[in-house]
Structures are given as structure tokens and as C-alpha cells.
Design a protein around this ligand. Structure first.
Ligand code: PEP
Ligand code: MG
Length: 582
């Protein structure tokens, strides 16, 4: 049994066999094969070597013809390496005698050679490690295909272990089969983490290097509450976690009973609990959990994992379905927030690589640079506004100029629609995300130009504390309850109140019961959170009074550091709602 600690990003416990995706993007298969399968495995190996030999020879001929014999010679060297009798004997031996799978035997044998080259002092010889990697990559591609196929090909329940999963890869995981996932990299606020919550599967990220020691088929427990990953657990540990799964299930059943009750404090104040969604199918989860509406629809997920940009009609159909399925509840459609860790094929692809993508061309900035893309979406939103209570919201606004540009475009499109005789809601409410410190500082001005705001703490934390939300190396500095962040939240709530506009908070922080009392105490009355978090937050609301929450906020204002604040908040919520599993 081996236990590793990472960052817990999506609650719950998953127990299952591992599907391993290594840092080169390959699925690492099972380590061993059955005794009777040796012949079949040897045939697969033989076929893979033959196919790779033919591929390399073809590259040699083509390159030699196109740019010269000396370049073709690089491939002759690869071919020689592939056909090296000693290497082949070694791999055959691992399959025949040790019953390794073909893939595992290839990785083991070639891994040994590449490590050897990598350690050499001579730079030229060290470079040869890349040649070995290249051969390994070709053989693995023959044996198992590429990662995307592997991820989609998961046909029985499993946990996915990977170096990294992008938000769009995560979004495309098969929800029926993937019980949970663990990644070596990633941070607490990355969109991969957010998608895991949307899929409602336990996830731990930022575990550090571990894949080299794991094989497909190993039994793994993912503890998404504590951020623990347990490999080959003993019977006692399995039993303990099975009990935990049961406790989660029974708490969920009890919280289910709150579904149709209001999120009301003991002192009577109502708290609006809206849902954040990334995919239209999440509307079901919103209804099951009793969401009052959708406070944040992250529409950029329409672009992720697609080969083609969605058309106006694609947007319209999706929005129409969401509006219909939500049966008349309000829906805040956030315009696309692409860039940084959410890269869509084809959108902004021609731009040069950015060294600081989170400070670069993302979000509203990207939309304002791609007006036709932006226009397509805004037209669809305006058309859909006839179908129900739709509001539009701009992400990552950092200057008044940006907000005005976006609003001007909207007015321009309204005029086009008027000319075309296409109806839309003339009183469409326009809002903006408050997730950059500049927008808090200037909020008295912004508030005159929008109907509502939504505080995006995921970004507000990273931009206030200068901490990349998706980087495990600085994850310990990424604190929702850092006093600087809390001051900005409080300032936002006060300025919005003075301007008489509605404030919602839609960062992940709102869905964590630890922060609920504090946020209410700071003046928030509206939260938009991942649907699965609604029952717990409602439970907290129904268990506390406003006076209690304000007292919590008062105490927190006196504290200087995030750790102390978090500890205090955890104790308070435990005391107020002992049933929660915290
Ligand atoms: C946020 O930044 O808090 C937010 C809700 O937006 P996203 O997580 O999509 O960046
Ligand atoms: Mg954001």
C-alpha cells in the first residue's frame, strides 16, 4: 500500500482499477499477462516492430529525397536501434519469461536505455535519449493507439491517473465509466478541477510524479475530500473507505429532503442559491438539487473539444434548450471565457505562444479581438432572450473601456436585429464578472454601467495574490480566505449595495460549506455554485442565523492570516452543522 497527498478538488471517494495515462500521453496498460497469452502477446510485439520498421524506412526515403541523404541517415540510425538484436532479445525475454505485457516490456527495456543516455556527460550522446523516446513513442502508438482514443475507450469502470488532463479532455471523459481521476500536475483553482465537480467525480490534482511506479489495473482509492490517493490498499483501508462511501451516500439522501425547501436562514433571510454549469446536460443536476436558476453558464465549453467553431444556430439551440429545461428560472449566460487553460482548437490558434497566458489574451480580451466570433455568440444570446429570463455577463472585465466596447457591440447587434425584424428582449440585463482587483477598485464607476455583478473568486484570488490558480507549486498560497481577498469581497458587496445593483458570488469558494457563514456575514445574499454543492450550502443556511454569520465575519476581520481564518471557519461550521462530513 502506498499513500500520496495531493490537492483535493472534487469531493467524494472512488475505488477502482487504474487506467494510467503517462506524461507522454500514452495509456500504460496492465503490467502482466496470463501465462496462456504469451504467444498472442509475442505476435502483437512482432507486428508492432514490423509496422514501426516500415514507418521509419518510409520516413528515411522521403526525407532523403526531399532534403538530402544526410538527413535521411538519422532514420537509418533509428532503424538500426529498432532492429538491434540485443534490445529485441531483452524485450522478448520480459514477455516470455516474466509475463509482462508487450507495452510494459517495451517501456521497461527502452526506459532503461533512455535513462542511460540521459545521464551521460557528453551532450551529443545525451541527445540520443530523444531517439530512444522516439522509437518508444512509435512502438507504443502501434501497440495502444493515442491517448484520446484510450480515454474514450474506457469500457469498464475505472479511475484515471494522468500527468495532466486539460479542461477539454476532462470534459470529454466518459461519465459512465470514469469513477474519478488523479493528476500529477494542476492546482486548486484550475478549470480541470471545476469540470471534475461538474461531472461529480472525486478528483485529486497536483500529486507530483508518481506514474512511473504505477500500472494499469492496480487498485486505487481516490479520497477527494482529503486529497489522498492510495495505491494497492490493504483490506482494512478498503473497508474503511467503503464505509465512507456509504456515509456520503446517506448524507446525500438526507440532504435530498431539503430540495424543495427554501435556502432560508434561521432568522428568516433568503439566500439565493443558483447553479454554475458548463454543459447543458447539467440542467438535470440543477433541478435535482433545487437550484433557483443558473447564475453562471460557462459557455466556452461549447468550443472546447470541438473541431469547428459553433455557429449562431448551434449557440441558439443550446441556449434554447437550457432555458426550456430550466422551466422559466433565470439564466446568466457568460460570454466566452477562452484563453489561459481553456484553449479551443481553431480559436486564437494563430497567436504566438504567451509566456503568461493568465495575464494574456484571454476572456473578454480575446472576444474583443475576435469580433465576428463574439458577434455570433451575442446574436444567439439576444435571440434566445425571447425564450425566458436570460441575462448576459462579460467575464474578466478589467477596464471601463472593455466594458463599454462590449456593450457597444451589443447595441450594434440589437440595431442589426431590429433591421432584420428579429425580436429580442430590449431590457436584457447586462452584468459583469468582478474577478480582477481593478474592477473592485473601480466598482463605483462600473456599477453605473451594469445591472448586476458576479464575484469570480477563482480568478480574484489568483490576481490579488499573484498565484497561478492551476499551478501546484504555489497551491499553498492560493487561499480563498486570505484577508486581502476577503477585504476585496467585502468592498465589492458594499459598493454594489450603494449602487443598488445585485451581487452574486460564483467562484468555487461559494460551494464550500466552510465559507458559507462568512460570505453571508460579509453581506452576500446570492451564491452561484456547482449544482452538487447546493444541498450542503442550503443545509448550512437553514442551520444558522444572520447574527451568527455577522459575528463570524466580525471575528474574521480581526484575523491576519488565511490559515487561522480557515481553521476558525471550519470549527464554526462544524459546530453549527455537525452532520456535515468535514
Ligand atoms: C471565477 O473566476 O471565479 C469564475 C467563476 O470564473 P472561472 O472559474 O470560469 O474563471
Ligand atoms: Mg474567472
Amino acid at each position: 500500500m502506498r499513500i500520496l497527498q495531493g490537492i483535493a478538488v472534487s469531493q467524494g471517494v472512488a475505488i477502482g482499477e487504474a487506467v494510467v495515462i503517462d506524461d507522454k500521453g500514452y495509456r500504460i496498460p496492465r503490467r502482466f499477462i496470463a501465462r496462456g497469452a504469451v504467444d498472442a502477446e509475442m505476435s502483437r510485439l512482432e507486428a508492432a516492430f514490423a509496422a514501426v520498421g516500415a514507418q521509419i524506412e518510409q520516413s528515411r526515403v522521403e526525407i532523403a529525397g526531399e532534403i538530402g541523404q544526410q538527413y535521411g541517415a538519422i532514420f537509418s540510425a533509428h532503424l538500426q536501434m529498432l532492429q538491434d538484436a540485443k534490445l529485441r532479445t531483452e524485450i522478448d525475454h520480459l514477455v516470455k519469461q516474466r509475463h509482462y505485457s508487450a507495452e510494459y516490456a517495451v517501456t521497461r527495456a527502452l526506459g532503461k536505455y533512455s535513462k542511460f543516455f540521459e545521464q551521460l556527460p557528453n551532450a551529443y550522446l545525451r541527445e540520443r535519449a530523444n531517439d530512444v523516446h522516439d522509437i518508444e513513442r512509435r512502438l507504443m502508438t502501434q501497440l495502444i493507439g493515442n491517448r484520446r482514443e484510450a480515454l474514450e475507450e474506457i469500457k469498464s469502470p475505472a479511475v484515471v491517473l494522468a500527468n495532466n488532463l486539460t479542461p477539454s479532455e476532462t470534459a470529454n471523459l466518459n461519465r459512465e465509466m470514469v469513477l474519478g481521476f488523479v493528476t500529477e500536475v494542476g492546482g486548486p483553482g484550475g478549470h480541470t478541477a471545476i469540470v471534475a465537480e461538474a461531472l461529480e467525480i472525486p478528483a485529486v490534482v497536483g500529486v507530483g510524479d508518481f506514474l512511473n511506479d504505477i500500472s494499469g489495473g492496480d487498485l486505487v482509492i481516490i479520497d477527494g475530500d482529503q486529497g489522498r490517493v492510495i495505491f494497492n490498499p490493504d483490506d482494512e483501508t478498503i473497508a474503511r473507505y467503503e464505509q465512507e462511501v456509504e456515509e456520503h451516500r446517506s448524507l446525500a439522501a438526507r440532504l435530498d429532503l431539503l430540495r424543495d425547501l427554501p435556502a432560508e436562514l434561521l432568522s428568516g433571510e433568503h439566500i439565493n442559491l443558483y447553479a454554475n454549469i458548463e454543459f447543458p446536460h447539467e440542467v438535470d443536476a440543477c433541478q435535482q438539487r433545487g437550484a433557483e436558476g443558473i447564475g453562471l453558464y460557462r459557455t466556452e465549453f461549447l468550443y472546447l473539444g470541438q473541431d469547428q467553431e459553433p455557429t449562431e444556430e448551434d449557440h441558439y439551440q443550446v441556449y434554447a434548450k437550457v432555458v426550456q429545461d430550466m422551466g422559466g428560472s433565470p439564466i446568466v449566460i457568460r460570454t466566452l471565457d477562452l484563453g489561459a487553460d481553456k484553449i479551443a482548437r481553431g480559436v486564437g490558434e494563430s497567436r504566438v505562444a504567451e509566456s503568461n497566458p493568465f495575464l494574456g489574451l484571454r476572456s473578454i480580451r480575446l472576444s474583443l479581438r475576435n469580433i465576428s466570433l463574439f458577434r455570433t455568440q451575442l446574436r444567439a444570446i439576444l435571440r434566445a432572450s425571447m425564450l425566458g429570463e436570460i441575462h448576459v455577463m462579460f467575464p474578466l472585465v478589467s477596464t471601463l473601456h472593455e466594458l463599454r466596447q462590449a456593450k457597444m457591440l451589443l447595441t450594434d447587434i440589437m440595431e442589426d436585429l431590429d433591421e432584420e425584424g428579429i425580436p429580442y428582449d430590449r431590457n436584457l440585463k447586462i452584468g459583469m464578472m468582478v474577478e480582477v482587483p481593478s474592477s473592485v477598485i473601480m466598482l463605483d464607476h462600473f456599477a453605473k454601467e451594469v445591472d448586476f455583478i458576479s464575484i469570480g473568486t477563482n480568478d480574484l484570488v489568483q490576481y490579488t495574490l499573484a498565484v497561478d490558480r492551476s499551478n501546484k507549486e504555489v497551491a499553498a498560497l492560493y487561499n480563498n480566505c486570505d484577508p486581502a481577498v476577503l477585504r476585496l469581497i467585502e468592498m465589492t458587496v458594499r459598493l454594489a449595495k450603494e449602487a443598488d445593483i445585485k451581487t452574486t458570488l460564483c467562484g468555487q469558494m461559494g460551494g464550500n460549506p466552510i465559507y458559507a457563514m462568512l460570505l453571508i456575514g460579509l453581506g452576500l445574499r446570492s451564491l452561484s455554485i456547482t449544482p452538487s454543492a447546493i444541498p450542503e450550502i442550503k443545509k448550512v443556511c437553514r442551520s444558522v442565523s444572520l447574527a451568527q454569520c455577522e459575528e463570524v465575519a466580525r471575528r474574521v476581520r480581526e484575523m491576519e492570516n488565511a490559515r487561522e481564518i480557515k481553521r476558525y471557519l471550519r470549527e464554526e461550521v462544524r459546530r453549527a452543522v455537525p452532520e456535515l462530513l468535514m
